[in-house]
Design a binder for this molecule. Structure first.
Ligand SMILES: NC(=O)c1ccc[n+]([C@@H]2O[C@H](COP(=O)([O-])OP(=O)(O)OC[C@H]3O[C@@H](n4cnc5c(N)ncnc54)[C@H](O)[C@@H]3O)[C@@H](O)[C@H]2O)c1
Length: 398
């Protein structure tokens, strides 16, 4: 009875219906599918996918589900899995090639773009050949194994006038991109501290780690990219402590546990706490602190609406996501859509060459600091110049 005085006298049918919040990105996608609204009909992009391993399988599943692309070729050297891939994904029309036969892709004028998800050491060669054949390129990070070769890839892209997109998937995660928007809207003021925790799960195989480029260029680049993208600023010095607890990782001269301090020109301090091996799932957290408040992105849980179960052993909650394919599933899907928009010239890539190159340089400085136990100063762009398209290119080739 006490609340009857608040009873609504107007039927909800007589009121405007509340709009879906912009944060409900799944409903936004559903609405576009439901209303069938589209710009002038754009051609379906014809694609080739290089590499169907851990990352390539994620991209394959998104490509198959995306109405704006058609997969024409898969290039992968493990021929024994071609038949199962074809059968599982119903890829009856897709042509399978080994890397030795990849010229067929480059020489096929109907191919608009290639997606590169092969091992890191193969990226540069595929990227440059594909660009020279006038294909747009979506490349898993990193574009190349070092900054000099990455610059060459971007130079080739500029020369041929085709997009080269470095797939920093975390930028497309709805939670992380919302943190970035809030920070950039000034909701917490000038950022004083930004932190990431990134603990991988499961421990990658030793075979993978050996060809990964090492923890700095394989894993930490994601955190460096996320932090510098949110801040819109690059650090000028880094101090790093790193250790290998796992003997097999120590034996190949890599690290499994790293803590990084970053110092930014505006006075912002950053920290990255990373491990190759988390026993409790894929631990990915972000915190940004400023004079007006703090924003955090915590771990996601698959069963996020089942919060707590109580028992004699105390309360328990569902686990966090096990690994990157599930935690960043939305990000991977959205980055492919972004790439398609970039190829159609609808939007500019949100991952700019100067940012990718800076990330590689910062990761290299972090590795040097880990090896020398010294603070390493970073002078980022002395040998690069700004191109007409806003990218940075090596001064020699300008
Ligand atoms: N963004 C992310 O979250 C993320 C996650 C994992 C891996 N990656 C990146 O993806 C790339 C692949 O890593 P992965 O873990 O999927 O490796 P993987 O070893 O699981 O798969 C690589 C696949 O490429 C195939 N391959 C080998 N040489 C090739 C060539 N020359 N041409 C075409 N295919 C070839 C292999 O047969 C294999 O199937 C790496 O560069 C890695 O840094 C990114």
């Amino acid at each position: 009875m006490a609340t009857t005085k608040f009873r609504d006298t107007v039927s909800p049918y007589s009121k405007p219906r509340p709009s879906p919040p912009p944060e409900d990105y799944l409903h936004q996608k559903y609405l576009s599918d439901l209303t069938l609204k589209q710009d002038a009909r754009l051609p379906v992009l014809k694609l080739a996918l290089f590499g169907v391993g851990r990352a390539g399988t994620i991209h394959l599943s998104n490509i198959v589900a995306n109405r704006r692309v058609k997969l024409v070729y898969i290039v992968d050297d493990i021929e024994s899995k071609w038949a199962s891939i074809k059968n599982y994904w119903h890829l009856d029309d897709v042509i399978f090639l080994s890397s030795k036969q990849a010229d067929k892709v480059y020489n096929d004028p109907s191919i608009d773009a290639v997606v590169v998800a092969s091992p890191t050491f193969t990226h540069e060669g595929i990227v440059r050949k594909a660009l020279e054949a006038k294909k747009a390129v979506f490349c898993e990070k990193p574009i190349a194994e070092d900054d000099a070769n990455s610059v060459k890839c971007y130079e080739t892209a500029r020369k041929v006038g085709r997009p080269l997109f470095c797939a920093f998937n975390r930028r497309f995660d709805p939670s992380y991109s919302s943190v970035k928007d809030r920070v950039r809207n000034g909701e917490i003021g000038h950022v004083h501290v930004i932190k990431t925790v990134a603990r991988d799960s499961p421990l990658p195989t030793l075979d993978y780690i050996k060809t990964s480029g090492g923890i700095f260029h394989d894993c930490i680049v994601h955190d460096i990219d996320l932090i510098t993208w949110i801040l819109g600023e690059f650090p000028i010095k880094v101090a790093v402590q790193a250790h290998a607890h796992i003997p097999e990782i120590k034996a190949i001269g890599d690290y499994d546990t790293v803590v990084i301090s970053l110092y930014f020109p505006s006075g912002t301090l950053g920290s990255i706490d990373i491990s190759r091996n988390s026993a409790y799932g894929y631990d990915q957290r972000l915190e940004v602190f400023g004079p007006k408040g703090m924003i955090t992105a915590d771990n996601e849980q698959p069963l996020h609406c089942v919060t707590t179960q109580y028992g004699y052993a105390g309360p328990t909650t569902p686990p966090i996501w096990y690994s990157f394919p599930s935690r960043f599933a939305n990000g991977y899907r959205r980055e492919l859509d972004h790439f398609i928009d970039v190829v159609h010239g609808k939007v500019e890539s949100i991952v700019q060459p100067k940012e990718t190159l800076a990330v590689i340089k910062i990761a290299t400085a972090c590795l040097e600091s880990a090896r020398t136990s010294k603070v390493v100063e970073i002078s980022l762009f002395c040998e690069w110049i700004l191109g007409e398209d806003g990218g940075l290119y090596s001064a020699q080739s300008a």
